[in-house]
Structure formats: C-alpha cells, structure tokens
Design a protein around this ligand. Structure first.
Ligand SMILES: Cc1ncc(C[n+]2csc(CCOP(=O)(O)OP(=O)(O)O)c2C)c(N)n1
Ligand SMILES: *[C@@H]1O[C@H](CO)[C@@H](O)[C@H](O)[C@H]1NC(C)=O
Ligand SMILES: *[C@@H]1O[C@H](CO)[C@@H](O)[C@H](O)[C@H]1NC(C)=O
Length: 566
C-alpha cells in the first residue's frame, strides 16, 4: 500500500517520488528500526531525504547537503552516543553534481562511518536535463568505491533486492546505487524529460491511482517496523555553565581567538556534550587547546567548510551535542547556503570565525573576514557575538552554548588588553558603556580591535578636553538599541561607528537601522572601503581609516560641522 501511495504524498514532485517508492517502503517497513509513535526517540534509526522534501531532523531542498548532515548524525551515533542506531540518506542523481556531496563522501570513509547508508536514486533525469552520467550505474559505483565506500548496484524497483542489500553491514559506509525510473508507474511520465515537478492532470491522476490501487493485494499480515535497541541515553543540554569566573586580570593581554579556545576547553570540562569541529585551522582558531584536553570530542573536518557546517548540523540534531565549529570567519562565506538551511532546520549550532578584518595583517586579503557580519546579520535565527577582550569572549562562549539558533562568535588575531572585571555580567543584546564622563560630545560604537582603538582615541582627545563616550555592543545581533540611543542622546545624537569589516552590512549599518526613527541623530561610519592588501596590522588599520587617529579626526570633524551648523 505504501509503495502504491507514496508518490501521491508528494504531489508537487510526483515523478521524483515514483522512482523512490520501493526504496522508501523497504526502508520504513523492513530495514529501519524505530518507534513510529516516538519519531524523535534517540535510539531510532535516522532518515534524511536529501533529494528535496523536508523531513524530520533537517530541512533539505537546497541539494547536496543531506549527506553532510547524515555524516554528523552517524559520527555522533558511532563515536559520541556509541549507540546502535543507523543513519539512512536518500540522494538523487542530479544532486551528485554538488561538490558538497563528495566532501561528505570523503568524511564518511575517513571516519569509517559503517552505520551510514547512502541510497542513490539513479533515475537518470534532473530538472531541465538528464544527469550527466545518465544510467551508467557502474560509473557511480567506481566513484563511490574510490571514495572508500562499499558500493552495490541494485534494481531500485526490486523490493527483494533492496531488502537484501539494506541489511548488509561492513566496516565501511555503504552506498546502494539504485537504478530506477523517474515517474515509474505513471505511463505518460515514465523516464521522460519535461515532467520534473509537475502534477498530473486530474484525469491522468485518477487513472494512475486506479492502476496503482489494482496492484494492492490485501493480506492480513500487519507491517510494523522493528523497534530500535534502546542504547542511546537521554541527554540534557540545558543550563550549561562555566565552572568558575574568568581568571584574567586587568592589564593582561590576550587575543580573543585564543581566549575562545581556552573558554571552549574550559566549558567542556564541565559538560561532556560540548564538541568542537574545525577545518584544519585549529592552531589559528585555537580549537587546538580544546583538542589537547578533549581529544575524543574534537572532530577534524579538514579543508571542507561546507561539509563542516553540515556535520555540525547533524551532530546537533535531536539535542545530542552542543556543537562549536570553527574556522577563519571568511571561510564561512562559502558555507552560506548550509548556514541558511541551518536556520530553516531550526538548528542550534555555534560557529566561531577567527581572523576577522584587516587587523590579521600579513596573511593578506584572502584570509580577512570582511563580509561575515553582513552574512550572519542576514540570517533570521542568528545571534552575533563580537567580544573585545578575554573576559567577554569567555562569556560569549557560555552564552552561545545556551542560546538557540545559530550563534556566531567573531574573534580577532591581535592581542589586546583585558578591559572587564571577571565578575562582570554579560547578556545577549546588552551593550557596555566602557568610557564615559559627564560631558561627552560624541558616542563612539566599536568592537574587537576597533574598541581598543576607540579607547586610545578617548585618552588622546581627553588631553584636548574633548570627551567621548565609548560603547561596546557585545552582540551585533541583537543590537542593544536602548543603550546606544540613550547614550547618543546624551551626546546630542552624535554617533561614530568604527569596524574592521566592509561598510556594507556591518556594525555601522546595524547602528543606522536602530536609530533610524530618532530625530536629530547623525551617524558617521568608519569601515573598510576597498579590497585591502597585506601589511602590518597597525599600518592596515591606519590605511583603511579605522585606527585611533582616524577616530580622533572623525570626532573633531563631527564637532566642527555641528558647530558650523549652529
Ligand atoms: C577555504 C580555506 N580554508 C582554510 C584555509 C586556511 N589554510 C591555509 S593553507 C592551509 C593548508 C593547505 O594545505 P595544502 O593544500 O596541502 O597546501 P600545502 O601543504 O602545499 O601548503 C589551510 C588550512 C584557506 N586558506 N582556505
Ligand atoms: C600551525 O602549525 C603548523 C605546523 O606546526 C605551522 O607550520 C604553522 O605556522 C602553525 N600556524 C600558526 C598560525 O601558528
Ligand atoms: C521606526 O518607525 C516605524 C514606523 O513607526 C516602525 O515600524 C519601525 O519599527 C521603527 N524602527 C525602529 C528601528 O525603531
């Protein structure tokens, strides 16, 4: 009955479903072990429908991402949960042109994910053209084998063959290469181009349903899936707290990227479900410090950032782990589609991007994160932490572990002073006024290295009896609108923002949109205006107009133009 009716469940893409009807039936009524009345049971086998429809654990629809998430689930099952559940991922042949699929294939075999099964629905056709390998199933088999998988070709419409191969397990991930016919069971559409994503007309649908119904044989045997082995223990990820306050002293110097690695290692001592992923940058992001202390909870994802984000999503599914994935901030841009889909999946993942901005110095423009704030600000479920010292970085890690949705922590390479006391309280959406007198003329909003430049500018201007207020937003999203507006009112609406990011989409634009309705406010923005080059960090801050001198000049200019306006 299921085989007959599955195509009708997905009315928008009937031909895509027809090729996979037997596969779905065998999986759900023969192979998979689960409690249908308890779909999120931690011990259930997992299923990911990568080829287009939305299913339980992760949203798909943007092709090529399902297998990476499946890898995260299988890695969790094998190495963290050490449980018996298996992970099944159904892929289309069209999506096999995505490079991210092959990043996942390499990951799965490297970590010997023998609890992972990929079923490739080779139905020959894509949306506007046949898939490049058409029905050459042996070519798919060779590709899978060369990636270290055990690959078996089957007739994807043979229930017997599917039952047989899906029960196999080896010490390798298993690829079932299922030769199928797109639109199978719909005579007008079978193996024909031009039917992708098209519903049948009412008449055609009726005749197809009639034909399918005639094939249903009634028998008294009730099909019921086998129950899972209940060996995945329940996990609580609530209220994950640091065991003690930060141990920095005023006057210490540390880069926020290093403070991040230390904080993550510290948090993991307190909670065994904190795990860290990195893409071969661990001695730059400082997740190396985590790996040294918790080697079994560190996952090296190698230089495959898209897959790293998908694996993170998979590890976080069903609240099994608190996941932190780190690389240079700028390399998350190539995983923007995965991040966007993480929001749709309501995934709870934490990301740390190091090496933001021109202040990284000599490594040059290709390594500088200058678009990351714009990208993360555009994601609805994202929270963006931009800590400016060791204390606030440690607080950002702790808050991130307890905040739903995507959390992004932006860290910097240069060493800077500790500015906060260890007992300072931090909250998402709460800014700090870090420099203030009773006679301030301008409010400066800055974060990371530019906050330290703003503090230096404040000292410099004080000598000229020009007083400024300096605000550390702590989170760029949500932005503490009230603190910014209240303080800027005290400086007659004069605001200057300074950021190590391009003008578009960063801190300055965030501040502009938060004060948009205030009358008499002016916002002057300092940011990076062009593609930068390599150089010494302080030289680059000067050249791109975001250092202490640029701030003092901007303050003088704002004051002289408002004096002229009177
Ligand atoms: C997309 C991306 N991810 C990460 C990095 C950071 N990174 C720079 S070099 C490197 C190692 C490169 O190894 P390999 O390709 O073997 O080059 P080689 O050993 O020849 O230097 C990494 C991870 C990068 N530059 N780009
Ligand atoms: C990371 O380690 C490698 C190998 O030891 C070294 O060559 C490289 O300079 C290190 N990178 C950083 C940023 O320390
Ligand atoms: C500005 O005012 C408009 C109209 O009242 C309102 O819809 C919007 O939310 C306000 N924006 C901000 C940032 O306060």
């Amino acid at each position: 009955v299921f085989i007959a009716l599955f195509p009708l469940f997905c009315c928008s893409h009937p031909t895509s479903c027809c090729s996979a009807a037997e596969i779905m039936s065998v999986l759900f009524f023969h192979t998979m072990k689960y409690r249908p009345e308890d779909p999120r049971n931690p011990s259930n086998d997992r299923f990911i429908l990568s080829k287009k429809q939305q299913f339980v654990d992760v949203a798909t629809g943007s092709l090529g991402q399902g297998l990476g998430a499946a890898c995260g689930m299988a890695y969790t099952g094998k190495y963290f949960d050490k449980a018996s559940y298996r992970v099944f991922c159904l892929l289309g042949d069209g999506e096999l042109s995505e490079g991210s699929v092959w990043e996942a294939m390499a990951f799965a075999s490297h970590y010997q994910l023998d609890n992972l099964v990929a079923i490739l629905d080779i139905n020959r056709l894509g949306q506007s053209d046949p898939a490049p390998l058409q029905h050459h199933v042996e070519k798919y088999q060779r590709r899978c084998e060369s990636f270290g998988w055990h690959a078996i070709i089957v007739d994807g419409h043979s229930v017997e063959e599917l039952c047989k191969v899906l029960s196999q397990t080896r010490h390798q991930p298993l690829a079932i290469i299922a030769k199928t016919i797109k639109g199978k069971g719909m005579p007008v559409a079978e193996d024909k181009m031009g039917w992708h994503g098209k519903p049948l007309s009412k008449d055609m649908a009726e005749s197809v349903i009639k034909e399918l119904q005639s094939r249903i044989i009634t028998c008294n045997k009730r099909l019921y899936p086998a129950p899972p082995i209940e060996d995945a223990s329940p996990v609580s990820l609530r209220n994950i707290r640091m065991p003690s306050a930060p141990s920095y002293k005023q006057g210490d110097k540390i880069a926020t990227r290093k403070a991040y690695g230390m904080a993550l290692a510290k948090l993991a001592h307190y909670n065994e479900h904190v795990v860290a992923l990195d893409g071969d940058t661990k001695n730059s992001t400082f997740t190396e410090l985590f790996k040294n202390e918790h080697p079994n909870r560190y996952v090296e994802c190698y230089i495959a950032e898209q897959n790293m984000v998908s694996v993170a999503i998979g590890c976080a599914v069903r609240d099994r782990n608190v996941v932190f994935a780190s690389t240079f901030a700028t390399f998350f841009t190539r995983a923007f589609d995965q991040l966007r889909m993480a929001a749709i999946s309501e995934s709870n993942i934490n990301l740390c991007g190091s090496h933001c901005g021109v202040s990284i110095g000599e490594d040059g423009p290709s390594q500088m994160g200058l678009e990351d704030l714009a990208m993360f600000r555009a994601i609805p479920t994202a929270t963006i932490f931009y800590p400016s010292d060791g204390v606030s970085t440690e607080k950002a890690v702790e808050l991130s572990a307890n905040t739903k949705g995507l959390c992004f922590i932006r860290t910097s390479r240069p060493e800077n002073n500790i500015i906060y006391n260890s007992n300072e309280d931090f909250h998402v959406g709460q800014a700090k006024v870090v420099y203030k007198t009773n006679d301030d003329h301008v409010t400066v909003v800055a974060a990371g290295v530019t906050l330290h430049e703003a503090l230096a500018a404040a000292e410099q201007l004080k000598k000229e009896r020009i007083y400024i207020r300096v605000i550390d937003p702590f989170t760029i999203k949500p932005l503490d609108s009230k603190t910014i507006i209240d303080n800027a009112r005290a400086t007659r609406g004069r605001i200057i923002t300074v950021e190590d990011h391009y003008y578009e989409g960063g801190l300055g634009e965030a501040v502009c949109s938060t004060v948009v309705n205030e009358t008499g406010f002016t916002v002057q923005r300092l940011a990076v205006s062009q593609v930068p080059r390599s150089g010494k960090p302080h030289e680059l801050l000067r050249i791109f107009g975001i250092d202490r001198d640029a701030i003092t000049q901007a303050v003088r200019k704002v004051l002289s133009s408002s004096a002229n306006a009177k």
